[in-house]
Ligand binder design. Structure first.
Ligand code: TYD
Length: 212
């Protein structure tokens, strides 16, 4: 089974992934957790190129780098794990490309679909949990941890995060459209709800859709 988590930066994906991994382990299901971009030696190098804040990368170059990282992860790690019957949890997958490179950078969605199909070998998540919140809220959360002023400036931000507030509004709009068009697998969750509430909803949805 392939479970993916999506949402704009700062929505709280990592916390929910950790909670889910513990809950699955308590039931005897060991899950493999991976993040995109990254997850193999080569994919981690590509991640570094993509997120290093001083690099300037064109939208198409960015798309192809995210896709190259994905192809490595899928072929070397995800496909073998799924073939062995493992549960894989991915922190971001191709919905990030649709939201960030499609809605955020404005790359044609049809073109994206073809490139996504090549990079994923056609693999789709069984279920996707998307933590939804306003970009302003996400920023507040990020900076409340570091006590750095609210602005898209400074070295605390990676290259993607320096794209600005309007970019993040477009990305969020992308996720809302993806939810509308893929209601059978893509679940929107209110990221402002308490951690435990979101976690219980995720468990309930998994139990409903994939009873053991
Ligand atoms: P990361 O530090 O993993 O962010 P987060 O903790 O928010 O997941 O950085 C990944 C960044 O790359 C994030 O800004 C989203 C972006 N991204 C894309 O733009 N396209 C993609 O296909 C993927 C996988 C990520």
């Amino acid at each position: 089974m392939l479970i993916t988590f999506e949402g704009i930066d700062g929505a709280g994906k990592s916390t929910q992934i950790e909670e889910l991994v513990h809950a699955l382990a308590a039931r005897g299901t060991e899950a493999i957790t991976l993040r995109e971009p990254g997850g193999t030696a080569v994919a981690e190098k590509i991640r570094h190129i993509l997120l290093e804040s001083s690099h300037e990368i064109s939208p198409i170059g960015e798309l192809l780098l995210f896709s190259a990282s994905r192809a490595e992860l899928i072929q070397h790690v995800v496909m073998p794990a799924l073939a062995n019957g493992k549960t894989v949890i991915l922190d971001r997958f191709f919905d990030s490309t649709t939201a960030y490179q499609g809605y955020g950078r404005g790359i044609d969605l049809e073109l994206l679909r073809s490139i996504i199909a090549i990079a994923t070998c056609g693999i789709k998540p069984d279920i996707t949990f998307c933590l939804d919140l306003e970009p302003e809220e996400a920023l507040k959360r990020k900076f409340s941890k570091t006590s750095i002023p609210l602005a898209f400036e400074g070295d605390v931000l990676d290259r993607m995060e320096r794209s600005g507030l309007e970019f993040y509004h477009n990305v969020r709009r992308g996720y809302l459209d993806i939810a509308r068009l893929n209601s059978s697998r893509f679940v929107l969750l209110n990221a402002l709800d308490p951690v435990a509430v979101i976690h219980n909803r995720i468990l309930a949805l998994l139990n409903d859709r994939f009873p053991t």
